[in-house]
Design a protein around this ligand. Structure first.
Ligand code: ADP
Ligand code: MG
Length: 321
């Protein structure tokens, strides 16, 4: 029997998607959020699961940071459509040895980010677990009807841009897993891994610009995530690797520990920056920091350039199984 290991995460999602065609006018499986028209607005809905030993190590992450991150990764999916979050639902499966103090701290982190983004917790579910912690968060968001930025809207000639440095989170994870000594730079990267900042304000600004076409958040790494935009839009892309934004802290840690900063920037995931494509003429209208990393081209698939010359790179993003 074939296992889901050989099918892969996206193969499994495809099997599910084939059985559930979205109703007319609704965006269903395949984008960062479902988009459900409702009067003058569209309702955005998304859910994400965090599982102990897959997404975090209980001994390493503070419960406060885990609470923050659980909400952050979901709020990021609303940001990826250009929407505003309205509220969240939190479901927890916790083993009985979790302390009250741990639970209080977890909720405190969750509360802090909820207040920061005006997204109150409205419900959820709580159960015991026989082993690991599992955390599911669902977020509801809102955007004007027809204004959500979809993965399928990239156009040939579009600039490809990101809202912030890439690979910090992945380098933070490498610090955690490799057990290297932690100085200021290492601590900064671990912080970026456990406390990502969802780009909600940036997403709403970008959604106001008609010259911005496709958008998504970077959860699995540009190498994988940009491919979702390419497939959904039926186009190809060229990414200039010398233009990838890399933080000072990541570059210096990569040098010190012998890691490849370009590989981390492209494939390491969980940065939760926004990845978007836009008309060249829209670049001057974007009132926030952003970095152009490439261009949408005819064809399919992603190719890499280094100072304009084609370069072959063995890069793949994160996928489960
Ligand atoms: P993201 O990283 O933005 O959360 P994913 O790559 O996890 O997106 O998921 C891709 C798409 O597949 C999303 O539209 C998501 O809602 C959908 N999806 C993932 N898992 C399932 C599932 N078990 N059932 C239905 N839809 C799913
Ligand atoms: Mg996403």
């Amino acid at each position: 029997m074939e296992t889901i290991g050989s099918l892969g995460e996206f193969g499994l999602i495809e099997i599910i998607r084939r059985r559930f065609n979205a109703p007319e006018g609704v965006v269903g499986i395949g984008d960062d959020c479902a988009v459900i028209p409702h009067g003058e607005d569209d309702i955005l809905v998304t859910a994400d699961l965090l599982v102990e030993k897959v997404h975090f190590l209980r001994e390493d992450v503070s419960p406060w940071r885990l609470g923050w991150k659980s909400a952050a990764v979901n709020l990021s999916d609303v940001a990826a459509m250009g929407g505003r979050p309205m509220g969240t639902f939190l479901s927890l499966a916790l083993p009985p040895d979790i302390t009250t103090e741990w639970a209080e701290e977890f909720i405190s982190g969750y509360e802090t980010i909820s207040k920061r983004f005006n997204a109150p917790l409205l419900g959820g579910d709580t159960t015991s677990s026989k082993g690991d912690i599992a955390i599911n968060v669902a977020v509801l968001g809102l955007i004007g009807h027809g204004r959500a930025k979809l993965r399928s809207q990239a156009r040939i000639g579009d600039a490809i841009c990101v809202t912030g440095p890439l690979g910090d989170s992945g380098a933070g994870l490498k610090v955690i897993l490799s057990g290297v000594a932690r100085g200021d730079d290492e601590n900064y990267l671990v912080g970026r891994h456990y406390c990502p900042m969802p780009r909600v304000d940036e997403g709403t600004l970008l959604a106001e610009l008609s010259g911005v076409h496709a958008m998504m958040d970077i959860s699995d790494g540009v190498a994988s995530d940009l491919n979702h935009i390419l497939t959904a839009s039926g186009v190809g892309a060229e990414v200039e690797v010398t233009k990838l934004p890399i933080s000072r802290q990541m570059r210096s840690c990569a040098e010190l520990h012998g890691w490849d900063p370009v590989k981390l920037a492209l494939s390491a995931g969980e940065d939760y920056e926004l990845l978007f494509t836009c008309d060249e003429s829209a670049l001057d209208l974007i009132r926030m920091p952003f970095y152009r990393i490439g261009t949408i081209v005819e064809g399919s698939g992603l190719s890499y350039l280094s100072e304009g010359e084609k370069r072959s790179l063995e890069i793949s993003g994160f996928t489960h199984f």
